[in-house]
Design a protein around this ligand. Sequence first.
Ligand code: URA
Length: 254
Amino acid sequence: MNSQLRREYLDALGLKTWTLRTAHGTADAPSLVMASRATSAAPAPSAPASALAAAVPAPARDVSAMREAGLDWDELRARVAACTRCSLSATRTQTVFGVGNPHADWLIVGEAPGAEEDRRGEPFVGRAGQLLNSMLHAIGLAREQVYIANVLKCRPPGNRDPNLTEAAECLPYLERQIALLKPKIMLAVGRIAAQNLLRTDKTLGALRQQVHRFGLSDVPLVVTYHPAYLLRTPTEKRKAWDDLKFARDVASRV
Ligand code: URA
């Protein structure tokens, strides 16, 4: 993508605002408050990964990670669609498997489907998804070039945070997706995704601007803010932009 086109994407979506704003300089800031699990006002008990690690003994985790071993994309998709491993199967409209290029270098991982994703069966299709697309465009990536998935395949009611059981039951699906995809880099968007993937309860601020490694596959993993959080807190877009450039540099060296 040439720089003029990228600039147009940045401008069209207010991403000139990747430059720091003052607290009052947000006239063009989106006023919609997304249903953001990443920044929920009344956080429900979530699944910080250290708690996840404590709750699910290591051998059990290893066994559960193997449950999907050997499945190809179609088999995995069918297994996810039929999943009843946690109570979210009772409240979902449909599972949200993931979308994108099965040969992508980049895997973007969010938290869980929201209402729009649950309705349409595709991750990041709401307003946060539009900003995610713009963030990707800003570093020269089209949505169709990457693969996008979530820690959870089903929507938690009311967009509450995933709980320990849900995350533990669902992560093996993402692990199999990663094994099939073999991405060069993973970008975890938001605290919940980062904490679950890295099995830590560190803050997002403490996790960004570093190269982590995901699981046995050892894929480089970079953390940034959730686009729904950025819609609510546009002054943080500068830091997200720094993270994206950081991730792009990491990917260019793999
Ligand atoms: N937020 C997420 O984390 N994932 C989605 O798919 C949509 C919103």
